[in-house]
Write a protein that binds this ligand. Structure first.
Ligand SMILES: C=CC1=C(C)c2cc3[nH]c(cc4nc(cc5[nH]c(cc1n2)c(C)c5CCC(=O)O)C(CCC(=O)O)=C4C)c(C)c3C=C
Ligand SMILES: [Fe+2]
Ligand SMILES: [Fe+2]
Length: 356
């Protein structure tokens, strides 16, 4: 017999009964499942010129990231930046590339987080992951969750601190996909967790674990966050304040003085003033002032990526050593470690209350 689904059971656990409205595999059938979509920034598909250019073009065309008027930005981006930047940045990416999987570490780690979260949550939810720029696309992964019967979706921007340039643009991308839908799923967005005690404790534990592996005790530890232009702070973005609060809470949890553990901002781009103090300048100044042993950690990154592995573990290490520093340690991000998964699972379970 040709099995059918009763119209009123399309919403929950379709029961196969005598022929009525829709076949059970019709795309409109929703089975009342809950989806969780982990969203991170994105990474190029390859390290050669064209994949790098495509990635940078998508990223740097985002008005949430670059707020310079288009009339000025468009020629600058297309004529200069997209000609010059893909080459050297591609080489930087090649130095940290996961050759086994042929992908950036950000992808490998985010997939790992997704798989581990799915294992921890069991059948109660369907967990997936997507990238704001590049692949896997947010719109396709939302569709994949719908195809698996999800009628409620929790969007999880994987950024402890909120910034319009990261969390908001990831959500924009999800909402853009929802705009095309007749039957939208019900959506929740997980909030920033910059001061959540579970996150702060996980960071403190991870730093303790990192320090315990060293053959030296750092005189100074930097907590380095990705920067944004200072003008974003002045326009009301809470990112700067959230970073400072995270930095203070981690420092207090570890019992360091403000001299021993400091917040800095890295990865500046262009000539505008960005959030200060700059990580690279601080590293150089510390070495020049006679500091011989330092460590650096990046609490704002949920996964290791170009900005941590190449910039913090590579570039800044050289700055320190070139200027008289002797011992330098980079402490990895939480990634898909037990500590990292404790944080993600905590945030997800809290935001799913009432759904599962
Ligand atoms: C030019 C403006 C940029 C702003 C503003 C910005 C904010 C911002 N970015 C992250 C996290 C990441 N950024 C990464 C790489 C990266 N960032 C920018 C520019 C801005 N970021 C560029 C151009 C790049 C690509 C590399 C380069 O060309 O320099 C990454 C790494 C991705 C990877 O594949 O490894 C992350 C992660 C945050 C958290 C943030 C503001 C809060
Ligand atoms: Fe960035
Ligand atoms: Fe960088």
């Amino acid at each position: 017999m040709n099995e059918r689904v009763e119209p009123d059971t399309l919403l929950r656990n379709p029961v196969r009964v005598a022929p009525t409205a829709l076949p059970p595999d019709h795309p409109a059938v929703r089975t009342g499942r809950v989806g969780v979509l982990l969203m991170n920034l994105g990474t190029p598909e390859g390290t050669s010129y064209w994949p790098m250019r495509r990635y940078l073009k998508e990223f740097l065309s985002d008005r949430r990231v670059i707020e310079v008027p288009r009339l000025i930005w468009w020629p600058l981006l297309n004529l200069i930046i997209l000609t010059k930047r893909p080459g050297p940045k591609g080489r930087d990416y090649a130095s940290i590339w996961n050759n086994e999987r042929d992908e950036g570490p950000l992808k490998t780690i985010t997939r790992g987080q997704c798989e581990k979260l799915q294992a921890a949550m069991g059948d109660s939810v369907v967990v997936d992951w997507a990238m704001r720029y590049g692949k896997p696309e947010v719109s396709l992964r939302i569709q994949a969750l719908l195809d698996q019967g999800c009628d409620r979706i929790l969007l999880v921007p994987l950024y402890p601190q909120y910034a319009a340039a990261t969390s908001a643009t990831a959500c924009d991308q999800a909402f853009k996909a929802l705009m095309q839908m007749r039957w939208q799923p019900t959506v929740r967005v997980s909030p920033p967790y910059h001061d959540d005690p579970v996150y702060i404790e996980a960071m403190a534990d991870s730093i303790r674990e990192g320090l315990a592996k060293l053959d030296f005790e750092p005189e100074v530890i930097l907590t380095s966050f990705h920067g944004v232009p200072k003008s974003y702070l002045l326009k009301g973005d809470p990112y700067h304040c959230q970073c400072l609060k995270t930095g203070r809470l981690i420092r207090e949890a570890m019992g360091y003085t403000p001299e021993q553990m400091r917040v800095t901002f890295q990865s500046r781009f262009g000539n505008e003033e960005w959030l200060k103090p700059y990580t690279d300048e601080t590293v150089q100044a510390l070495a020049k002032s006679g500091v011989k042993r330092m460590a650096i950690v990046a609490p704002g990154f949920t996964a290791d990526c170009l900005e941590t592995l190449e910039e913090l573990d590579g570039e800044n290490r050289h700055y320190f050593e070139e200027n008289g520093g002797e011992k330098y340690a980079f402490i990895p991000c939480l990634n898909d470690s037990d500590l990292g998964m404790r944080v993600i699972e905590h945030v997800v379970r809290r935001e799913l209350q009432g759904w599962i």
